[in-house]
Design a protein around this ligand. Structure first.
Ligand code: AMP
Length: 241
């Protein structure tokens, strides 16, 4: 009887130590925050304070493409027509641009992904390449279309630092000048109304299934992206801290 009791106790101790080791291993892994949601749902706005607070680089595939376009690189030229029409850039080009960035030294402890993955193929690639190596926290920014359209049509972006303002909800002190760095504010070409509608269509056809993908992996955290910026930030942080 005693021997049976000891064996059971031993088994319980082994199982609980495995669990602790797993937790420790998970804690050692780099953390990647994934921000999913429609264009204009506030991913970029939230990524900036999160990057500062957690010391993780903010990687926006859209920003990476815009930098390539500005520098007229070969990759930028290949992506240009897709971006101008509000279509998605083919996965292979997106992988080139993204993994070139995540291979850099500042990403070794993790990073924040804003605007990636946007197709099932991209989500699958993340799974193959990184699920076993990285601790992922995936947020889905939930927001009605009408709010997205209102926000994007009034969005102003800084050419120099990428800061985002809104003519109605978060206006800069001077309409053409960035409060943060003094850079020039502009309306992105793909924030014009006809392109916004196309981007929303693309979002429903190609990106919505990515939500389901992470839900099936039991990784999706839904957050209410209509909340005021500071409350939204707190809600995100409560899942990280
Ligand atoms: P964003 O700034 O995230 O709205 O991205 C601007 C544009 O860049 C998108 O409309 C797409 O044309 C392209 N883009 C950015 N990220 C991706 C991605 N993960 N997959 C495909 N295209 C992308």
């Amino acid at each position: 009887m005693n021997r049976l009791l000891f064996s059971i106790l031993g088994l319980i101790m082994t199982l609980s130590s495995c669990n602790t080791t797993e937790k420790k291993d998970e804690a050692k892994k780099p953390t990647v925050l994934v921000l999913l949601g429609a264009p204009g749902s506030g991913k970029g706005t939230q990524a900036k304070p999160l990057a500062e607070k957690y010391g993780l680089p903010h990687i926006s595939t859209g920003d990476l493409f815009r930098a390539h376009l500005k520098n007229n690189t070969e990759l930028g030229m290949k992506a240009k027509s897709y971006i101008q029409k509000g279509h998605l850039v083919p996965d292979e080009l997106v992988f080139d641009i993204l993994f070139e960035r995540t291979d850099k030294a500042d990403c070794k402890n993790g990073y924040i992904l804003d605007g990636f993955p946007r197709t099932l193929g991209q989500a699958q690639k993340l799974k193959e390449k990184l699920f076993s190596k990285v601790h992922f926290i995936v947020f889905n920014f939930d927001i009605p279309d009408e709010v997205v359209i209102q926000r994007l049509a009034a969005r102003l972006t800084c050419k120099a630092c990428g800061a985002i303002f809104n003519k109605n909800f978060n206006p800069p002190k001077v309409e053409t000048i960035c409060d943060k760095c003094g850079g020039e504010l502009y309306t992105r070409n793909d924030d014009k109304e006809e392109v916004i509608l196309e981007r929303l269509k693309v979002y429903y056809n190609e990106t919505k299934p990515v939500e389901e993908f992470f839900k099936n992996e039991d990784m999706l955290i839904n957050i209410d992206a209509t909340l005021p910026q500071s409350e939204l930030l707190k809600s995100i942080e409560s899942h990280i801290d």
